[in-house]
Design a protein around this ligand. Structure first.
Ligand SMILES: *Cc1c(COP(=O)(O)O)cnc(C)c1O
Length: 433
């Protein structure tokens, strides 16, 4: 399987490459995002559904055909997906929760980050000088990447996060590692962290001293593995109800949503797909008929979805034209008040404690999916983070403490350490002698 840039036809450069190359490069040379040259058509027979790692191996095999990692795909999937995934039916309703938060950092980003790390470990095994992965994070990404790469030979991870703008538990997940992982607490907003990383990538002196790479959510090595849990969940749900389910997905940068679309394109039994955003309304405005108009992001309670210019829209628009997109998919937004109300409602009425991100999707299911569409359908609402990660939002609303799961608790018990950094490139460069 070959991958091409979303901008290949514009730039006129036929720059196709293998999965491994796309994963190592991150972004295509013309600034576009890597997409499969052709979506493989897979068939999924009815019957008992194998564990996620086996479904993932089967699903990903055509994408890695002819790739240096082809023979190791089984090992990579089993190493990366070594934690539970759960599909929880809600009593008396035609809806289930797909719990993707049982990994080391209690959010769905563990799936992509762990798969990426397992790939890099094998691709870098014979490299002479270590690779430095630079990540700017506004919350969950940095923690998942740090956890996934911690202790691996030949790779160092440096995470930059904005002082005072991540939750205390998120900060702890960024700063508790040590060894090959360093955390920089930057005196500035997330945009300043991102700018430092971008400037570092193009700094000639630094590039002469270090081999740099990124692990952000546009990397193919994070997207492809995410599609495999949609294959798994749709098969499991079809097995339970006899029909293809529909999905409601909490959406920020559209990586998780796009993964579901790719799974559908590859023949997974998926009916309707709905993208639920917070008050960052770029995506729902587009699906309501407005032209594509990226905005600056605004801060909300569901902070891992505070994205005003979702990068993966470029991949979605590569797959379908705008009219097709609006016919096939739908989207809605939710403000902070509605998120709070939803958390209270689901605690009382459904006995489910939701994180603010998952609450946006449950709100969309309750209020924005027309009865006519919902009737006779089974829906899966995607639960992207454990509520204990956002206890400062959730606990005051439900009036009790949220029990911290064991994986998260053991991280919170580790000592934490961060380097305080002014938002200046020179200050960062001093750490790469
Ligand atoms: C990153 C994240 C999202 C948004 O996912 P995208 O792939 O960026 O759309 C939603 N919920 C949580 C908890 C996240 O960490």
């Amino acid at each position: 399987m070959q991958f091409r840039s979303t901008r290949a036809s514009l730039s006129g450069v036929a720059s196709s490459c293998s999965a491994s190359e796309a994963i190592t490069r991150g972004l295509a040379a013309d600034g576009g995002l890597y997409v499969p040259a052709k979506m493989p058509a897979l068939t999924w027979p009815e019957g008992p559904v194998p564990p996620l790692a086996d479904v993932a191996t089967q699903f990903l095999t055509p994408f890695f055909e002819g790739d240096p990692l082809q023979d190791q795909l089984h090992a990579i999937c089993h190493e990366a997906f070594n934690f539970p995934i759960d599909l929880v039916p809600l009593e008396g309703e035609a809806v289930s929760l797909l719990e993707l938060f049982h990994g080391p950092t209690a959010a769905f980003k563990d799936f992509g980050a762990r798969f990426l790390a397992a790939c890099f470990a094998r691709l870098e095994a014979s490299a002479d000088d270590p690779l430095t992965i630079l990540v700017a994070t506004s919350g969950d990404t940095g923690g998942a990447v740090a956890a996934a790469f911690h202790g691996r030979q030949g790779v160092a991870v440096d995470v930059l996060f904005p002082r005072g703008q991540v939750s205390p538990r998120q900060e702890h997940q960024l700063t508790c590692w040590g060894d090959n992982v360093r955390a920089f607490r930057v005196d500035g907003p997330f945009d300043a962290c991102q700018k430092l990383v971008k400037d570092a990538f193009v700094h000639p002196g630094l590039n002469a001293r270090r081999r740099l790479s990124s692990a952000n959510s546009i990397n193919l090595g994070r997207l492809l593995p995410q599609a495999s849990y949609y294959v798994w969940a749709s098969l499991a749900q079809r097995q339970a109800t006899g029909a293809a389910p529909s999905f409601v997905i909490p959406t920020g940068n559209l990586g998780n949503g796009l993964a579901c679309v790719w799974a559908q394109q590859c023949g997974a039994p998926i009916n309707h797909i709905h993208f639920a955003t917070n008050d960052n309304r770029t995506v729902p405005r587009f699906f309501a008929g407005d032209p594509w108009t990226p905005k600056d992001s605004i801060a909300t309670l569901a902070n891992a979805m505070d994205v005003g210019n979702p990068s993966n829209m470029e991949r979605l628009r590569d797959l379908f034209d705008d009219d097709q997109l609006r016919q096939r998919f739908s989207a809605s937004f939710v403000n902070d008040d509605a998120i709070r109300q939803q958390i209270v409602h689901d605690e009382r009425e459904r006995g489910q404690t939701l994180c603010p991100h998952t609450a946006t999707a449950m709100h969309a299911y309750d209020h924005h999916i027309a009865r006519s569409v919902r009737d006779g359908q089974h829906y899966v609402v995607v639960a992207t983070a454990h509520p204990a990660k956002f206890e400062s939002v959730v606990e005051p609303l439900i009036g009790r403490e949220v029990e911290v799961p064991a994986n998260l608790r053991s991280l919170l018990e580790l000592p934490s350490h961060a380097v305080d950094l002014p938002a200046q490139l020179d200050a960062l460069l001093a750490y790469y002698p």
